[in-house]
Design a protein around this ligand. Structure first.
Ligand code: ADP
Ligand code: MG
Length: 369
């Protein structure tokens, strides 16, 4: 299978962020070439791949890109579904994620309706078209979160509502934007399931306990403390979803845990931040299994090798890291315990090479216990 001639095989990735970067590294390690299509002029600086910068709606450019690739995958659900449909028509053997799965995952309303259609519990929700709709929902459900139905990530596009009198001041742009309102779930903790699908075969990674603040994932813990009952429920849910999607590769589902039940939050038709721990804690990572799945190599049953956690380096955390690298004396503030993590042999640092912005994910550290 791995002969010299096959090393000309190229994987195309739509999107140029850190997920593309890490997919690309796994692909290269398996001997594949990588082409990236990014709609941002400044994607991750160290993508280590050929990059096309253009609009995802520019179908001529997409076609030109597709010609260079043997397989095409995505790193974000925010690819116009028309573009995926175009690839399904023009290059059906190359595109590995379906427009139907992308369309559902990129819209919170469709996503929740999809989950409910499979018998999976979601938070109570309603589609919002006016301030009156928000008031009606709030009166019935109490504390709620208004979210844009599309394009949101890292808590962006979300407004928490705890007070009825604030509702009239919330800016709504119903001409151009779809909104959903959800009841705030008083969860015990959050978990996700990361799974890789290849035909009928589905493998599931160890289940992380995820800690968010201000809507952004901060840490994913793998300490084997989640009850078997919860692990079984989220695994069953992944299997259920897997049977009803057209997809090849890794996907993820986020849940709230309330007592001994789970509530579906959202899903992603791609590798996921809460699966980054697999790079250093497992025998195979989510990126490699994704590349294996789409290139028809055998996917690997993930096994946990070490307990540990993944900690995101967000916004200013990166400056502390810079200070440490330059001066070698400054304590890194990235963690609540101000651990100085650069000199620890069990800390695996992954930096994305992105320009600085507040609240931007700049890298992560996998810490083996
Ligand atoms: P994003 O696409 O930005 O990740 P999410 O819907 O996952 O959007 O929201 C981000 C985080 O905000 C969640 O992981 C959770 O911590 C909190 N959150 C979102 N919706 C709810 C909800 N209905 N109840 C309680 N917390 C929520
Ligand atoms: Mg989320």
């Amino acid at each position: 299978m791995f002969c010299k001639e096959n090393f000309g095989t190229k994987i195309g990735i739509l999107g140029g962020g850190q997920l593309a970067q890490m997919l690309s590294r796994s692909a290269k390690r398996l001997g594949f070439g990588v082409e990236i299509f990014s709609d941002e002029a400044n994607p991750c600086s160290n993508l280590d791949a050929n990059i096309t910068v253009s609009d995802f709606n520019h179908l001529e450019e997409i076609q030109h890109f597709a010609k260079k690739c043997d397989f095409i995958t995505i790193e974000t659900e925010n690819i116009p579904s028309g573009t995926i449909k175009f690839l399904e028509e023009q290059s059906p053997k190359k595109i590995t994620t379906s427009s139907s799965f992308v369309e559902i995952s990129q819209n919170r309303i469709k996503e929740k309706k999809f989950a409910q259609s499979l018998g999976i519990t979601t938070a109570p929700f309603s589609v919002v078209k006016s301030h009156h709709d928000i008031t009606t929902f709030f009166e019935e459900n109490g504390a709620s979160i208004l979210k844009t139905a599309t394009q949101g990530y890292d808590g962006k596009g979300q407004t928490k509502i705890t007070n009825k009198t604030d509702i009239s001041t919330i800016p709504l742009n119903v001409q151009n934007t779809q909104y959903i309102i959800e009841k705030v779930i008083d969860f015990h903790f959050e978990v996700s399931v990361i799974a890789t699908k290849q035909g009928e075969n589905l493998v599931i990674f160890p289940i992380p306990h995820n800690i968010h603040s201000e809507g952004i994932l901060r840490e994913s813990h793998i300490y084997g403390k989640i009850s078997k009952q919860i692990v079984d429920m989220v695994s069953l849910c992944a299997k259920n979803v897997s049977k009803h999607i057209q997809h090849t590769g890794t996907f993820a589902i986020e849940f709230f845990v309330v007592e001994d039940s789970i509530i579906f939050n959202e899903m992603a038709p791609r590798v996921h931040n809460s699966g980054h721990f697999s790079q250093n804690l497992c025998n195979v990572c989510q990126f490699e299994n994704h590349i294996r799945a789409i290139t028809n190599l055998p996917i690997i049953q993930p096994k946990l090798l070490h307990y540990g956690k993944m900690v995101n380096i967000i916004g200013r955390d990166i400056h502390n890291l810079d200070n440490f690298l330059n001066a070698n004396t400054v304590q890194c503030q990235a963690f609540e315990n101000s651990d100085n993590f650069l000199d620890k042999p069990n800390n695996f640092i992954h930096l994305y090479g992105k320009s600085f912005a507040e609240n931007r994910k700049m890298g992560h550290v996998n810490i083996i216990d």
